[in-house]
Design a protein around this ligand. Structure first.
Ligand code: NAI
Ligand code: ENO
Length: 317
């Protein structure tokens, strides 16, 4: 177990659910002397200061990143490269530059070219989140007991990796290290596909002519309701995930639709054994998740207990 790290100055680029939760978690554990924050809209900057998860708010990414020992880019994946380009000239030698994006190969591609000599670039991804967004959505406990995956690039200094790992541990996470390409394949099936399926099923239900919108809402059993939670996730974020993890997502969608065709066939031909076997196999997966202590998708999880409010208007593209 490594010692609790301390950074004199941490810069958060993007002050939404993840940036906000990191700010809260850092304050809870006393990990930073000063937390500076950057967001595009004046409303978001003011709200982050008011809530208190940052100490100073800045109009430009470069101002916020100046003199920082740790810079965490917490914007949608499609904006990571432009933020990195903007802060490149001010990044301090010896600083750690990381991100929280849901896709990692694209981060290596887009941020990598903007990393100055002497800056430690280590992409990261907390596997923790909710369908909420904006500065009011963040909360200190978000990362507690959840995994954070770090995907270091070749040549990463072990001390820098150790320090960032200790940072996430102090924020409540368990840390794993993985190759960026493998990360993208694993996340395509466990996170990206479930969101895409949810967007699709809710879209299908809302298009049904024989069933009105009000009936969909009125009779939504918990199965459908669970899909609507995922399908309420931030559109900008998920557009960027789909555009930036195209190949692994298409690979998993291909497998998914083959399996769906087999399921369709079993229903058509009344193959009860095939249906029973599949449903038994999948039930065992659910039980392993519970046994591994990873079942935190309880109805209340994912809601900031104190600041449940609408999404950040700044996010609409
Ligand atoms: N929401 C979730 O459950 C999780 C999200 N992530 C990743 O974390 C990152 C941030 O997601 P959230 O905090 O949920 O989003 P959010 O929408 O709550 O916050 C995003 C922040 O980035 C800013 N931003 C948006 N576009 C920008 C641009 N073009 N230039 C500069 N700033 C911009 C927004 O103003 C906002 O402050 C994303 O890369 C996402 O893939 C990772 C784990 C979980
Ligand atoms: O809200 C949920 O159930 C999630 O799955 C949250 C989530 C969204 C995106 C990520 O990259 C990681 C976690």
């Amino acid at each position: 177990m490594s010692a609790k790290p301390h950074f004199e100055r941490v810069a958060l680029m993007g002050l939404g659910l993840i940036g906000g939760s990191l700010g809260h978690a850092m304050k809870r554990a006393g990990l930073a002397g000063h937390v500076s924050g950057y967001a595009r809209s004046v409303e978001t900057r003011a709200r982050a200061l008011e809530i208190g998860f940052i100490d100073s708010a800045h109009e430009t990414a470069a101002e916020a990143a100046k003199n920082a020992d740790l810079v965490v880019i917490c914007t949608p994946v499609g904006a990571l490269g432009s933020v990195a380009a903007e802060i490149e000239p001010v990044l301090k030698k010896g600083a750690i530059l990381t991100d929280v994006g849901s896709v990692k190969m694209a981060v290596v591609r887009d941020v990598g070219p903007h990393v100055p000599e002497g800056v430690h670039f280590i992409p990261g991804h907390p596997i923790a989140g909710t369908e909420e967004s904006g500065p009011d959505a963040g909360f200190a406990e978000l990362f507690d007991g959840r995994w954070c995956i770090l995907t270091p690039v070749p040549g990463t200094e072990p001390q820098a990796l150790e320090k960032l790992s200790a940072f996430w541990t102090a924020c409540g996470s368990n840390v794993d290290v993985m190759e960026p390409r493998h990360h993208d394949l694993v996340l395509a099936i466990v996170s990206h596909l479930p969101h895409i399926i949810a967007y699709n099923i809710v879209g299908t239900a809302s298009d049904l002519e024989a069933v009105t919108q009000s009936e969909v809402i009125k009779y939504s059993a918990s199965g459908f309701r669970d899909f609507t939670r995922l399908a309420a996730s931030d559109p900008t974020m998920w557009r960027d995930v789909c555009l930036n993890n195209k190949e692994p997502i298409l690979e998993m969608l291909g497998r998914f639709s083959e399996d769906l065709t087999a399921l369709q066939r079993a229903i058509r031909w009344g193959d009860g054994d095939a249906l029973f076997d599949l449903f038994t196999r999948t039930r065992a997966i659910r039980r392993s998740i519970i046994d591994a202590g990873q079942d935190i998708a309880a109805p209340n999880f994912g809601r900031n207990p104190t600041h449940a409010k609408a999404a950040d208007e700044d996010d609409v593209q």
